[in-house]
Design a protein around this ligand. Structure first.
Ligand code: HEM
Length: 137
């Protein structure tokens, strides 16, 4: 497995842990109320599990298994950028919702997430081809 996929999947598992922990607390709180402000965890729960876990896992596996040009995965820099931006974005949005930070923080987080999607598409686009088609055709 390439190094970047390891990082994507490790980070995805970390987000899975955080998202499930928050989800578990919320679920428990629905049955046995613990503390009303716990509902503040809901946006972070969604952020960790949707972008931090699901999207990140897809990117990590995609980087690993999309078709290669002989042994090369093409331009890897945008994929590393996607990894950085996605984790920055999820972190900013989660912190902004947990600590009621100014809306600008969430906005910057969302911007980073959009940037991650664009950067990953930039990396992956040339690799999306039917079997037997070479880079030049
Ligand atoms: C990939 C996994 C998951 C995703 C993408 C996810 C996503 C979401 C979303 C989008 C909501 C908001 C639903 C709404 O407002 O109508 C939500 C709510 C919730 N989730 Fe998750 N979730 C996941 C797994 C879990 C797990 C494993 C637990 C518990 C251990 C959990 C516990 C909860 C609870 C308690 C709520 C609040 C429900 C309510 O509004 O009454 N979630 N989740």
């Amino acid at each position: 497995m390439p190094r970047l996929s390891c990082w994507f999947i490790r980070a995805a598992l970390l987000h899975l842990f955080l998202g499930f922990t928050f989800g578990g607390l919320l679920l428990f709180h629905k049955g046995v109320p613990l503390y009303p402000a716990l509902w503040r965890f809901l946006p972070a729960h969604i952020e960790f599990l949707f972008f931090g876990w699901t999207v990140q896992l897809v990117m990590g596996i995609g980087f690993w298994i999309f078709p290669r040009f002989r042994r090369s995965r093409g331009n890897e820099k945008p994929a590393w950028l996607a990894f950085g931006l996605l984790n920055l974005g999820v972190g900013l949005v989660a912190l902004a919702t947990l600590f009621s930070l100014p809306p600008l923080v969430s906005f910057l987080g969302r911007l980073a997430e959009v940037g991650a999607a664009i950067a990953f598409a930039w990396h992956a686009w040339p690799r999306l081809k039917p079997p037997g088609v070479t880079r030049s055709s």
